[in-house]
Design a protein around this ligand. Sequence first.
Ligand SMILES: [Zn+2]
Length: 61
Amino acid sequence: MRNPSFDQMAERNLALTVGCPDCGVGPQARCGYRDFRGDWHLVENFPAHLRRIRDAKEARA
Ligand SMILES: [Zn+2]
């Protein structure tokens, strides 16, 4: 994200405490995706995959 809001930064930091069920990265690694050439890119338009954010919130609760 180029200009993340405070909430987005907080969600990203929270998401980093767990692994991602969508893209398969481990804790502390940013979410990403592969493009059609197989190159890895970090997600920029949202803090992390939604299931990861949900999992992190449940793990914290
Ligand atoms: Zn992910």
